[in-house]
Design a protein around this ligand. Structure first.
Ligand SMILES: [Zn+2]
Length: 337
């Protein structure tokens, strides 16, 4: 991994380079951006560049020295990570204290220690408070990188003590390049996937998985058919979340993907009802969506669209997924009679 593998984040990188040029690299940064744009990769590459012992250029890792190898292997003694434990929703205060204590120790290999807080969205009052001293007076030479999805998710006490760097959603071209890198080089498929992925590489890679398209077919077809049956559809959808394992972020990604599929289908139905052309649909799909549009009507379609967009927002805000699923399916079954 090196900077040329981190797509779409040149502006963020320039922020750090410019700070170095002015001799004003800060000690605490909050990197924010949507899920799946490469925030963790970016932070790790930054850490590797700063810990590299034979750096060939400013903020560039050589990729060959022992420090680079240790960062790569996740064993560098001066690089610390703090994550929310699996199945939990908050950063535990005990882990936070341990992280701060480690950060305060002298670096082992080089001149600095770097601490990466991977889930800055998950601070609670207690863990935030136990972090404030380290944030205000970081140990000399240390660098703290906090990673979050948005500023509105951060406690003011944390936000006010960090310099903010925004990471951008990836362009469709960058997403296609990432898909090609993972062996998906059908241009029609990657164009469609990129369009549904909203700038997120993790979402694009998930969407490229054929099992996702099977679930899409079941749910989109089921919900746009006459008289959708609530229970089996809710079960299919919920099972799709459960198949992601216990990781709640992965479950939310899946919920959001289903909603993107539904939003796409409703938008296509709207277009068809207005007599506009819709590309990429086979004849049977077109007929089904047109009949769906006729049953539901324009007002109904717009309401469904609203509900799906609102549901996607709720997924991001960590509303219980089953509630989101049931409210969306209920809306579809009520409209499609
Ligand atoms: Zn190196």
């Amino acid at each position: 991994m090196a900077w040329d593998h981190i797509l779409g984040q040149d502006a963020a990188r320039q922020t750090f380079l410019a700070a170095l040029d002015r001799g004003r690299l800060g000690q605490a940064y909050l990197l924010v951006g949507p899920e799946g744009v490469g925030k963790r990769l970016f932070a790790r590459e930054l850490a590797r560049a700063f810990l590299c012992e034979r750096s060939p250029a400013k903020m560039t890792a050589c990729g060959a020295c022992p420090a680079c190898a240790q960062v790569e292997a996740g064993t560098h003694p001066d690089l610390l990570f703090l994550r929310t434990p699996e199945g939990k929703h908050e950063l535990p205060v005990a882990a936070m204290r341990e992280f701060c204590a480690q950060l305060a120790l002298k670096p082992t290999r080089g001149p600095r220690k770097i601490g990466i807080v991977e889930d800055a969205d998950d601070f609670n009052e207690e863990s935030a408070n136990s972090f404030l001293k380290s944030l205000e007076e970081p140990p000399p030479g240390s660098l703290l990188l906090l990673i979050g999805t948005g500023t509105d998710r951060q406690l003011p006490t944390i936000l006010s003590r960090c310099q903010l760097v925004r990471l951008a959603p990836l362009s469709d071209a960058d997403l296609s390049a990432i898909l090609v890198e993972h062996g998906i080089d059908d241009p029609a498929k990657s164009a469609r996937v990129a369009r549904l992925a909203s700038g997120s590489a993790s979402r694009a890679l998930a969407l490229a998985d054929d099992s996702f398209w099977q679930v899409r077919q079941k749910l989109v077809e089921g919900l746009t058919a006459p008289r959708p049956s609530f229970r089996p559809l809710a079960e299919t959808w919920a099972k799709f979340h459960e198949d992601a394992g216990k990781d709640s972020a992965a479950q939310r990604t899946r919920a959001s993907i289903v909603l993107k599929f539904l939003i796409e289908a409703v938008e296509q139905a709207l277009k068809l009802s207005l007599g506009a052309a819709v590309g990429g649909l086979d004849v049977a799909e077109q007929a089904r969506l047109k009949a769906f549009a006729d049953r539901v009507g324009t007002t109904g379609l717009l309401e469904l669209l609203d509900r799906c967009v609102e549901a996607d927002y709720h997924v991001e805000r960590r509303v219980q997924l089953i509630l989101v699923v049931e409210s969306v399916i209920e809306k579809f079954t009520r409209h499609s009679k």
